[in-house]
Design a protein around this ligand. Structure first.
Ligand SMILES: Cc1cc2nc3c(=O)[nH]c(=O)nc-3n(C[C@H](O)[C@H](O)[C@H](O)COP(=O)(O)OP(=O)(O)OC[C@H]3O[C@@H](n4cnc5c(N)ncnc54)[C@H](O)[C@@H]3O)c2cc1C
Length: 306
């Protein structure tokens, strides 16, 4: 982290050595050297504008796809969740700020009689995280819904970008190489274009999707969803892990879920990030040895080892 900086005019919460275990769904991991939860987008802009240019910055939404190693994040974590205004309609498009929780956006869309956003109800992350990951499930993907976004850069400047400026795919989103950019950019908001729907029908779909999740995923324990990407259509990571005999494998306080082999759970809240990472690497090695498939993590692993 850069030497001490005196920030001026901020309204959000600025802290040092914030335990990231409080902000990720695995409930494990090391601290962020500097941590900022802006009051709103203007506050975020003000903060980034004062942050030294060389400081490593990590945006975090709900931390539902994130492992921060024990040594922690060596720079600033910006926590977007908790700072977003409610969703609203603007010129026929659904406007959602990056820090909004996906289920909230799904419910708002349904209330507006708009369809296709039902799948977001089961994704326990933010819109910013869903854009970064191109989160999706049950046939829907975040970028299928996007008309345009606003990004924010290191100097705190906002920039409107069209959907066509991004290359997206399965759990992937990058600024296209043709798009001009002056360095790091993060998502500040999105405008979603949704087809007409029916409130009751959307609610019924969301209810069915959630009950499917509850019956197939270990939602009672801290976890980060699917740990590995599915290697191909029809070849799921869960099946490969299960048939390699790895279900219920434990390391420290972390365990491969019995209910869903592509989930690693922290049942007693006692796992370290190192326990979880050990399981990830071990699963990779064993599945490659047994099945000849190298599983690629979907979760983001960041920070310094202890
Ligand atoms: C129980 C459970 C079920 C899940 N089911 C699914 C599923 O069905 N489908 C699916 O795709 N995922 C699923 N996930 C994973 C996760 O919810 C998604 O990846 C989600 O989009 C992550 O959002 P987040 O806000 O939590 O991101 P975080 O975990 O906070 O961050 C994830 C990545 O996004 C980046 N990021 C976050 N915010 C921004 C921003 N504003 N701008 C730029 N980058 C940003 C982070 O730096 C990091 O690299 C599940 C997770 C859990 C715990």
């Amino acid at each position: 982290m850069s030497a001490d900086v005196q920030f001026h005019g901020l309204r959000g919460q600025l802290r040092a050595n914030e335990p990231m275990s409080r902000h990720v769904t695995w409930r494990a991991g090391g601290p962020a050297k500097r941590f900022f939860q802006p009051a709103d987008l203007e506050d975020l802009s003000m903060f980034l504008g004062q942050l030294p240019g060389e400081e490593p910055v990590l945006f975090v939404g709900l931390g539902s796809n994130l492992l921060v190693r024990e040594g922690g994040w060596p720079g600033t974590v910006v926590l977007t969740h908790g700072s977003a205004r409610p969703p609203r309609m603007e010129e026929g498009l659904l406007y959602a700020e990056a820090g909004l929780a996906c289920p909230k956006v799904a419910r708002f869309a349904a209330d507006q009689n708009l369809g296709s956003a039902e799948f977001l109800s089961g994704i326990p992350g933010t819109i910013g995280g869903a854009l970064a990951m191109n989160a999706g499930c049950y046939g829907g993907e975040t970028w299928d819904l996007v008309e345009r976004v606003v990004t924010i850069n290191r100097r705190g400047q906002l920039r409107r970008r069209a959907r066509a400026e991004f290359e997206t795919g399965y759990r992937r989103c990058e600024l296209s190489s043709d798009a001009s950019s002056e360095g790091d950019e993060w998502f500040a908001s999105a405008h979603l274009k949704l087809p007409e729907g029916d409130r009751e029908e959307s609610r019924a779909i969301m209810k069915a999707l959630l009950s499917k999740r509850r019956s197939t995923q270990p939602l009672q324990f801290p976890n980060a969803g699917s740990v590995f990407r599915n290697p191909s259509e029809g070849k799921t990571a869960a099946r490969l892990i299960q048939s390699s005999g790895l279900k219920k494998l434990e390391r420290g306080g972390a365990r491969i879920s019995e209910k869903h082999a592509n989930f690693i759970v922290n049942p007693h809240g006692a796992a370290s990030a190192a326990d979880i990472e050990w399981l990830i690497l071990h699963v990779q090695e064993r599945v490659e040895a047994e099945k000849g498939v190298l599983l690629v993590p979907e979760v983001k692993i960041v920070g310094d080892p202890a």
